[in-house]
Design a protein around this ligand. Sequence first.
Ligand code: UDP
Ligand code: MG
Length: 147
Amino acid sequence: MSGSYTFTMIKPDAVQAGNIGGILNMINEGGFRIVAMKLTKLTKRQAEVFYEIHQERPFYGELVEYMTSGPIVAAILEKDNAVEAYRELIGATDPTKAAEGTIRKKFATSIAANAVHGSDSDDNAKIESDFFFPRLERFTAEGESCY
Ligand code: UDP
Ligand code: MG
């Protein structure tokens, strides 16, 4: 599975602003296949655990509050070299530094409310995918469950 998968969330600001469709369109146009996807809302505990690696950073409390402020779309994406390719598609964390043609350039409103999450490594892509999706909610390219 290594190398071909990444995990993404469409964050509360982008869901609230009606940008699910626009972002999924850019994901499709970028050549990613959707392996798993759901609309859900994180509890405080779930967001704290998901972002545990950032717990010493000054923005951790605000990040947890923001990520629990409304529904999110979680998804597993497949493409060759998925983690790097998707980081390229989403652009820099700070939307003022994100390149033209990236998801964050188009849809992010601030460094905190930056429209999407993307895994930063193959290991984290697996950890994050497993956090949200059991195998029976993952699908092969042929449409078979239990991927
Ligand atoms: N974040 C923030 N302030 C910062 C840096 C990050 O609010 O100064 C938030 C932002 O939503 C970001 C998330 O914390 O997407 C995780 O930060 P990370 O450095 O992992 O950025 P990413 O991998 O999302 O580009
Ligand atoms: Mg990150």
